[in-house]
Write a protein that binds this ligand. Structure first.
Ligand code: SF4
Length: 305
């Protein structure tokens, strides 16, 4: 199993996504360069296989390139960054980031066009900068371009269009993430943002189907109950992840040394309805806060024949 550490550099961001889980944390001070360097050393000492940097938006830090260079210098091979992509619209920046040692970039794409994406990020022009950024990386021959889409009420019906955009951009690794309402924007404005899972699942499956038609089997869905994804459970992230990675999260306001287990224990839940379901042991159920708001009536337990 691979060891993965996700270092949260801080919560500053140049976007204002309405569903952002870090929505209420933007006042927390970003980590300093030396604090991060210490954590990178610690990760190296623990022999991590994958080091992922996440924010907020990490590319807006003045020391972003230096942090990547340092990580590469001390011998961590797989260096991943999660980004809204806007900074990569600057070709020089894209070249520097790749030269510094980034090995994988995960872009957050929440719409197939400016109208949908920018409405969610609350920044006009964020979509065109993101798409320019992806093309810049392609131009310089960078291969490991991945993407994720947070699924909310405002974009779920466009998931097939977003999937077609991913096909056009030839993005082989994609995650469609059912929005997490435990904290932040989707918690505070639950009914405006969080769709019913029974509706969202139809669009999510349609997006996966478009991927399959184009031979993209590394497209996944995340944070979903398995019973609504019959025929697609091989593409549920959590089931893959548990086999491949042991993941830790290191942030300034919390540490989580076993991300999968704590999510199962504290944030997600199966209900009485699930008791006889044959998928019970594999499944994480629904977000607890989702059950508080919408209940569990959409679940369809899979029973032994
Ligand atoms: S009924 Fe419950 S345990 Fe079974 S797949 Fe659905 S959410 Fe998971």
């Amino acid at each position: 199993m691979l060891k993965k550490v996700v270092i949260f550099l801080g919560y500053s961001c140049n976007n204002y996504c309405i569903f952002c889980i870090e929505h209420d944390k933007r006042h927390i001070k970003d980590k300093t360069f030396s604090e991060i360097v210490k954590e990178i050393y610690l990760a190296k000492k623990q022999n991590v296989d994958v080091l992922e940097f996440i924010g907020g938006e990490i590319t807006i830090r003045d020391d972003f390139i230096d942090l990547i260079k340092f990580t590469k210098k001390i011998g961590i091979k797989d260096i991943v960054c999660v980004t809204n992509g806007r900074m990569f619209t600057n070709l020089d920046f894209a070249i520097s980031a790749v030269k510094a040692g980034l090995t994988t970039i995960i872009f957050s794409v929440h719409g197939h066009c400016s109208q949908v994406h920018d409405q969610l990020t609350n920044v006009n022009g964020s979509f065109s900068q993101l798409i320019n950024g992806i093309y810049n990386l392609k131009k310089i021959g960078f291969k490991n371009i991945n993407a994720n889409t947070t699924v909310v009420k405002q974009n779920m019906i466009f998931l097939p269009e977003i999937a077609k955009l991913y096909v056009k951009l030839k993005i082989k690794n994609v995650e469609y993430i059912f929005v997490d309402p435990t904290y932040g924007g989707a918690h505070n404005n639950f009914h405006e943002i969080v769709p019913k899972i029974s509706e969202a699942s139809k669009w999510m499956k349609e997006a996966l189907f478009i991927g399959r038609k184009n031979n993209y089997y590394q497209w996944y869905v995340r944070y979903v109950p398995l019973c609504l994804f019959k025929g697609y459970t091989s593409q549920v992230s959590e089931l893959q992840e548990i086999r491949l990675f042991h993941t830790q999260h290191w942030a300034s306001d919390f540490n989580n040394f076993d991300v999968s287990s704590s999510r199962k224990l504290f944030a997600r839940k199966k209900t009485n309805k699930c008791k006889n379901c044959i998928l019970y042991d594999k499944c994480e159920g629904l977000w607890k806060f989702y059950i508080e708001k919408y209940g569990d009536s959409e679940l369809i337990p899979v029973l032994k024949k």
